[in-house]
Write a protein that binds this ligand. Sequence first.
Ligand code: ADP
Length: 493
Amino acid sequence: MAQVELLAEVTKFIERPPKMTIGGTAVEAKSSRTFDVIDPSTGDKLTEVPRGAAEDIDAAVAAARESFDDRRWSGLRPGKRTDILYKIGELIKRNTPELAQLEAIDSGKPVNLASGEIWAAGEAFRYFSGWPTKTFGETNPSDDNMFIYSLREPLGVCGGIIPWNFPLIMAAWKIAPALAFGNSVVLKPAEQTPLTALRLAELCLEAGVPEGAVNVVTGLGEEAGAALAAHDDVDKITFTGSTGVGRKILEASAGNLKRTTLELGGKSPNIVFADANLRRASKGSMMGVFLNSGQVCTAGTRILVEKSIHDEFVESLVGATRSMKLGPALDDDSGMGPVVSAEQLERVTSYIDIGRSEGARVVTGGERATDLGDGYFVQPTIFAGVRNDMRIAQEEIFGPVAAVIEVADVDEAIAVANDTMYGLASAVWTSDVSKAHKVARGIKAGTVWVNTAGLYDPSVSFGGYKQSGFGRELGKHSMEGYTQTKSVWVNLR
Ligand code: ADP
């Protein structure tokens, strides 16, 4: 085992202990309450952070409102906003070792994977830094006696509520576009993984974001999250998380009819046809379902395999899975870490029991890994003989559990792929280009990967069909989510 030493900056940060950023100032919760942050690789307490609640959300929203109304951010020259956003990206990059370790100890993800994610978070800021200078309205030719034009304006105060699976990437996906299009932000990170978002708020200030334009409030979902979603002075909520909480956010948003973008759960199909390159398909499908211990909303958890190659493929998938090392986040040999919390451990292992009782067959894994101490480790688990109507094929488990389902041909593959309430992502493995495009058209999901899986890029729009949510993040489509247009009529007569 190659145990990584904690950096002095990391120890210092968790020992401070970290505070929230509201109106450019580091603050505790008004109640002075805190909650514990746990290391999932050991089950031990790392530190504690402020337990922000409705009154802290009020303060953060007021600070964001003030910064928006006096135009200290949106009124800056666009090129200046570009410089600042780019600088945040650079600061993230420069602080990668520290941020990667914080992410690893907070979320349980192996430090090497965390490093890649820190890079991706920086990349989101660098991508969105290009937008302030490229966001403009239009003129309208409808009446010769009128000069009609549209202004593309920011929404105002945007609330971001994010999950624990990719903490810093999620924070970046919410903050970077909101700022790029001139908004102010209040971010509520997940209670399981608050650390990198708190550090990011400091980096935003260091890069020159004006006070109040970025606020981070840590707290519990039902307290701080619910208060943000229901707040009358918040113009938009952008949420990533479970479908159940998404529904609550939508209800809470109804009060002042705030705009919402919801990126919710998934049960994504990963279809392997007999003409696929089997070695690439098994490795890619394995990564597609087990990356980040399966705690990925786009995880290809339903592996649909064409009958003629079923047994051979399953064998190859099991081989690929067994070659991945389960271990603690700070061991740089680990390919997969623990799940994020004791609650998640309980949820995942109970789904494994459900799969067995439904009659599916465990072909690898199937247990909690107890040889790694008290951390929340679950063996990567593959069920074969799964029917698509079983609970393990319909419900989002959010852990390292794959369900292999046999399909006869292209038509059945598309039908089974779409037989779900979700529609977030999908993958298709085939060497037949026509088949790939046919399936890509047939699948009702916001992303289709062909001969690959689990890729993202800040320039590529991302979001769900059906109950996986609505609205699109990233790319040029994010402009719709963070701006509104105003039509101006000028009489020329
Ligand atoms: P999970 O169940 O996997 O923890 P959630 O969807 O519950 O995922 O959490 C995503 C985010 O939503 C977290 O930041 C959490 O604190 C927040 N959250 C949970 N419940 C609520 C709620 N009722 N209102 C607003 N935010 C919530």
